[in-house]
Design a protein around this ligand. Structure first.
Ligand code: COA
Length: 163
């Protein structure tokens, strides 16, 4: 059974478990050569930010995937989304993203935006959900061996008042 829970970021006892689970997923899901994954201290920092929140998917109590997001005024940003390889292709990534959209809209966001490394297959998920390209950031990611990769900026209108 898959359980997806969203909660405000906070380092309480539950938050610490979240951080452990996030790092388990992070280490499994991201290839170090692309420089997309975050360190434990980066995650701990963002979890302590009142404007951020984490959405975690656990399957039979095992960490399967997470999404890390934050509000910036009336816009939401998806900072990271990841599903462990063993749990991929089952709709968990899509459900995490749908939950992020719902929580962002509840918090008053009109748009959700994100950056994705050019060539990352995750872009298929974003396009399937209606995200559109709005820009490019050159050399945004720096990989393990010093290689640089562009980021594509995507955005989705999530304003509940829009048609
Ligand atoms: C991107 C990621 C989160 C997708 O998770 P997932 O649980 O496998 O995604 P879903 O099963 O919900 O897929 C939903 C849709 O996304 C698309 N999709 C997801 N992964 C894809 C891939 N590798 N190639 C092509 N399309 C893909 C498909 O359109 C799919 O729809 P379908 O099932 O009808 O074919 C996962 O591959 C991952 O963790 N990647 C590594 C981390 C990463 O790069 N994150 C993004 C940058 S922060």
């Amino acid at each position: 059974m898959t359980i997806i829970a969203a909660r405000d970021s906070a380092i309480d006892s539950e938050g610490r478990r979240d951080l452990d689970d996030i790092m388990t997923i992070m280490e499994d899901a991201f290839e170090p050569r692309f420089g997309e994954g975050w360190s434990r201290s980066q995650c701990s920092g963002i979890l302590g930010d009142a404007h951020s929140w984490v959405t975690i998917s656990r399957e039979n109590d095992e960490p399967a995937g997470f999404a890390l997001s934050r509000m910036i005024v009336d816009e939401a940003e998806l900072l990271l989304i990841a599903v462990r390889p063993a749990f991929r292709g089952k709709g968990i990534g899509r459900e995490l993203l749908q939950r992020v959209c719902g929580t962002a809209a509840d918090r008053g966001a009109k748009r959700l935006h994100l950056e994705v490394r050019e060539g990352n297959a995750a872009a298929n998920l974003y396009h399937a959900m209606g995200f559109e390209k709005i820009g490019r950031r050159r050399n945004y990611y720096s990989g393990g061996n010093g290689e640089r990769f562009d980021a594509i900026t995507l955005a989705l209108q999530i304003d509940r008042d829009s048609p």
